[in-house]
Design a protein around this ligand. Sequence first.
Ligand SMILES: [Zn+2]
Length: 244
Amino acid sequence: MALELFQNDPYLRACEAVVTGSDRKGRWFTIDQTVFYPMGGGQPGDSGVAFRADDSEFEIADTRRDPSTGDIQHFVKRIADLPEPGAQLHLEINWERRYLHMRMHSCLHLICSAIPGKVTGAQIREGRGRVDFDVRYPRERHHLEESLNALIQQDARRIIRIYTPQDLENNPTLVQNLSIKPPEGVEKIRMVHFEDLDIQPCSGTHVAHSGEIGEVRITKIESKGRRNRRISVCLVDTEVDTNI
Ligand SMILES: [Zn+2]
């Protein structure tokens, strides 16, 4: 099983690794440690580059978690690039893309603190994202946009804490207030705090301070069913100016 370096340090862009296995049919390989985040929680898997010992390189197109073993699968574009077990690699993620995911992912956490509902779905892309809540409100986007940008500007520190199922049992108020249901049947639950603003169980990658998200715009609030609102949001500095 790969050591998941992004869990403790989401800012790590590169690492050395040894190939532990590969699958020709599936076009993926596994390694002893990785900086590549596997698709999950609405966040896409990382892409990037791998360098072999002879300095030649190949592309990693996608990263997923193997549903049967839980190990991280790194997908190559071309079957000829698949490394042999034992090979030593230097891996680098596409950092610009990942950082946009981190900023948007963190933004979706802050929306949770602005809307008193349970999350029923989320999707994160480069510079934009959306989250569904089981509520009838809000209907109006300007007020939400203002509150959200105010939360971002507080520049709250992000802290990761590991809880046991027992910790959660001892703290029913915390569990009631979560927008995202904690995973069941696991010994350790990874909780992401934006200090004084929000706390949710999550295994994704987030920015260290909420201010890094930058200014955001709520692009749409839609009704998706009688008790379901979909909030779409984008990072202002990545928006394409359609007036040009
Ligand atoms: Zn998260």
